[in-house]
Design a protein around this ligand. Structure first.
Ligand code: G6P
Ligand code: MG
Length: 222
């Protein structure tokens, strides 16, 4: 049976994926680097610095920045992002998420967070759901970002759960790869073309339910 459900944050629990996009868009515009929603898909689940490097490498010709300059640009994006997340309230929980978490808790199953965001704690506090979590991985302690399984494995360890008995929920391709590399069951939220690798895919969070997740998980493990 399922021992733990490990959630991604941005784009799964709340729509901060949109704020990350808007903040990067603002920075890219200032740098005159082309940037759009389609390219932004490749940044989901990717760390702040790696995202910045991916954006810069798209410029023609790609400008070269010193490490100091890169840090300052990443800080600038984060300032924009922090402004956006100020406005978050519990109303910004994506549909179905609170009910799903309550159901998981009632079953005695652990809830974990595996977010690459260093702003995750602030966002959880603003949403008012910090107390739902039995374990939250600190992104600052993770060496290898998604698609590496490290962050999901760290979450399972915190929850004292075996990988094979964990379910991960993600909206990013890199996230689904990380869940699968950790030996867990992957639930993907998004379109079929992006979520090909997921063990269970739903179009949006409102379509999530514990019974759906458990049935898919049990079928997979038969
Ligand atoms: C999540 C988001 C990414 C973001 C990363 C780092 O994985 O999906 O878009 O770049 O966190 O977030 P941070 O808040 O630390 O810049
Ligand atoms: Mg995400």
């Amino acid at each position: 049976h399922i021992q733990a459900v490990i959630f991604d944050l941005d784009g799964v629990i709340t729509d901060t994926a949109e704020y990350h996009y808007l903040a990067w868009k603002k920075l890219a515009d200032e740098l005159n680097i082309p940037f759009n929603r389609n390219f932004n898909e490749a940044l989901k689940g990717v760390s702040r610095m790696d995202s910045l490097k991916k954006i810069i490498s798209r410029a023609q010709p790609a400008p070269s920045f010193s490490e100091d300059e890169l840090n300052r640009l990443a800080d600038r994006k984060n300032e924009y992002y922090k402004e956006y997340i100020q406005q978050i309230t519990p109303d910004d929980l994506l549909p179905g998420i609170t009910d799903l978490m309550k159901e998981i808790k009632q079953k005695g199953i652990k809830i974990g967070l595996a977010s690459a965001s260093k702003n995750a704690m602030v966002v959880l506090e603003k949403l008012g759901i910090t107390s739902f979590f039995d374990g939250i991985v600190d992104a600052a302690t993770i060496e290898h970002g998604k698609p590496d399984p490290e962050i999901f494995l760290a979450a399972a360890r915190q929850l004292h759960a075996e990988s094979a008995s964990c379910v991960g929920i993600e909206d990013a391709e890199a996230g689904i790869q990380a869940i699968k590399a950790a030996g867990m069951f992957a639930v993907g939220i998004g379109t079929a073309d992006k979520m090909k690798e997921a063990g269970l895919r739903v179009e949006g969070t409102q379509k999530l339910s514990f019974i759906k997740i458990e049935s898919a998980y049990l079928l997979k493990n038969k």
